[in-house]
Design a protein around this ligand. Structure first.
Ligand code: ADP
Ligand code: TRP
Length: 329
């Protein structure tokens, strides 16, 4: 059985990019008997971007409710909060000490954030080490992620092979990223990667009114209603393609090419399509998110399962590093 693992940071409610890029493809694998799965809320990672602890906790529930609304089976998958498995931070420390500083300065996410913000924290710099620990603690083989995470998986592979060589044994499995071809980079309302930090998201779990506003804010060129439009260079169409049945997509494409069809109409169709496609998930989400005691129980059971595995595994790693104790402490 192949082991899959993925995480979403608790920096907001999962948006359409997270859902199409990671949640749906991961659940398809996780609920399949060919895979065992580890799915978690990366709340420790979210501290890099957010300092409001109440909001991080609130978001943690939002993420859990989204996974459940889309049908994650938490009896089959191990579903947990990253902060509940403290073994991961010890492993990250080992990685910090074995990974070359210079190479980490080249990470895209690090370079992007310093150019954007200037003032950043140490956590942002060592972020890929914690992510590598998330993966290598369980020796997961397949990592469903969006395109933006590819470099982090490469860094993880680098750490695994470097340490295996150093130790002279295959202690760490080299993971592979699984990036869905069509949905690995879902565009946001501004045409750039949809992201929680860019406020360009479409949140399918928001109220009808807010969802409509988000869709109406999608950037377009300023062609008039009458003019012909290019279906291959338009964000509404790009999103519609990912969601609507093929015949409806073809229909919209023809209207674009013909002219006499405005962006407002296209946005309305996209809105209707989202409401219809996700009506059941939207209902389930609002019921799960209200049931905090159920979510807490799910996290508790998941943490117990994850920690048992993590404890055994970390002991093995400690032994290899000669950090094991002769006595039970
Ligand atoms: P965000 O980038 O919005 O802050 P996260 O960093 O928590 O979200 O990402 C969680 C997962 O969702 C990652 O695997 C990431 O690659 C994926 N993801 C994020 N945005 C998109 C997107 N626009 N399209 C596809 N996948 C995405
Ligand atoms: N870094 C990922 C993101 O921001 C979240 C994450 C943390 C993750 N640890 C992981 C994803 C391990 C996959 C595997 O999107």
């Amino acid at each position: 059985m192949k082991k899959i693992l993925t995480g979403i940071q608790s920096t907001g409610t999962p948006h359409l990019g997270n859902i199409l890029g990671v949640i749906i493809p991961s659940i398809n694998m996780a609920n399949n008997s060919k895979y065992s799965s580890f799915i978690f809320v990366a709340d420790l990672h979210s501290l890099i971007q957010m300092k409001d602890l109440e909001t991080i906790r609130y978001n943690t529930y939002q993420i859990a409710a989204a996974w459940l609304a889309f049908g994650l089976n938490t009896e089959k998958s191990i579903f947990y909060r990253q902060s509940d498995v403290s073994e991961v931070t010890e492993l990250a420390w080992y990685f910090n000490c074995f990974f070359p500083y210079q190479r980490l300065t080249l990470a895209h996410s690090f370079k992007r954030e310093i150019s954007r913000k200037g003032k950043i924290n140490v956590g942002l710099f060592t972020y890929p080490m914690l992510m590598a620990a998330d993966i290598l603690l369980y020796n997961a083989e397949v990592i469903p992620v969006g395109k933006d995470q590819l470099q982090h998986i490469e860094i993880t592979r680098h750490i695994a092979s470097h340490l295996n060589k150093k130790i002279g044994q295959k202690l760490f499995v080299l993971p592979k990223a699984f990036i869905p071809i069509k949905t690995g980079l879902v565009p946001g309302t501004d045409g750039k990667k949809m992201s929680k930090s860019q406020k360009n998201w479409i949140n399918i779990f928001s109220s009808d009114e807010i969802l409509k506003k988000q869709i109406m804010s999608i950037h377009t060129d300023n062609k008039s209603l009458k003019e012909k439009k290019n279906p291959d260079k338009d964000c509404i169409m790009a999103l519609y393609r990912l969601l609507a049945p093929l015949d409806r997509v073809e229909e919209m494409k023809k209207r674009y090419i013909k002219g006499g069809y405005g962006y407002l109409e296209a946005k309305k169709e996209l809105y209707e399509c989202i409401l219809k496609k996700f009506s059941s998930e939207r209902m389930k989400f609002s019921s799960f998110v209200k049931n905090k005691s159920l979510l807490d129980r799910i996290f508790y059971l998941g943490a117990k399962k994850a920690r048992n595995i993590a404890y055994e595994r970390l002991n093995k790693i400690r032994k290899t590093f000669k950090f094991n104790s002769l006595f039970k402490i």
